[in-house]
Design a protein around this ligand. Structure first.
Ligand SMILES: CC(C)(COP(=O)(O)OP(=O)(O)OC[C@H]1O[C@@H](n2cnc3c(N)ncnc32)[C@H](O)[C@@H]1OP(=O)(O)O)[C@@H](O)C(=O)NCCC(=O)NCCS
Length: 169
């Protein structure tokens, strides 16, 4: 078996949506989130004004094989900006199916995103992670990533966000 990393194509959208559902279930967050739907993902990743980029990992029978058997992981990311540091990348999702973990695919997906982004002038990569996801924290710390204990991630979500611009308030 051999695998490839490439930019996602429209035909991959349904598989990526399934990965997102699997990831939500893996993190035991199904009560809180149902994930975006296929139409949203297609519009935001492949539409005329994309908001997110996606790369996928696919598995092949062997290196000479042109046909991928199936997708086995993905990574979504977008560009961000910090006035102290300039251009950066925000990694949104990183996921490899359980049976293919520990083979270097997660790292390879991350490296591909970093290569693309550094070419565009980015000098840092951020992402958020729940405290409970110890396994992924170990994975990232082994790569040299650090948890910035001084900065907290804040969020205005749904009604809390809309309320601020509600003219009746
Ligand atoms: C985190 C995740 C993407 C890692 O993908 P992966 O393909 O298994 O990782 P890799 O095989 O590329 O690992 C690269 C290196 O990290 C090591 N590693 C992998 N998972 C690790 C873990 N949980 N703890 C410590 N080291 C780990 C590997 O052994 C490998 O080391 P080596 O180069 O010395 O052999 C995968 O476990 C996953 O999909 N987890 C569920 C989703 C998730 O939590 N995503 C992150 C949300 S922010």
């Amino acid at each position: 078996m051999s695998w490839t990393i490439r930019e996602a194509a429209l035909d991959d959208a349904a598989a990526v949506i399934q990965f997102i559902k699997d990831m939500i279930a893996y993190h035991d967050m199904s009560q809180k989130y149902k994930g975006i739907c296929l139409e949203e993902f297609i519009q935001d990743c492949f539409g005329t004004n994309p908001w997110v980029n996606c790369i996928v990992a696919g598995i092949k029978e062997d290196k000479s094989d042109n046909e991928e058997k199936k997708l086995i992981g993905f990574c979504t990311y977008y560009y961000t900006f910090n006035s102290k540091l300039g251009r950066g990348i925000y990694m949104n999702d990183l996921f490899v199916i359980p049976s293919e973990r520990g083979k270097g695919i997660g790292l390879c997906l991350m490296k591909s995103v970093i290569k693309i982004s550094v070419r565009k002038g980015c000098s840092y990569m951020n992402w958020d992670i729940t405290d409970a996801n110890k396994s992924a924290i170990n994975f990232y710390e082994r790569l040299g990533a650090k948890i910035d204990g001084k900065t907290s991630f804040m969020s205005l979500c749904g009604d809390a966000l809309y309320k601020l611009i509600d003219d009746n308030n």
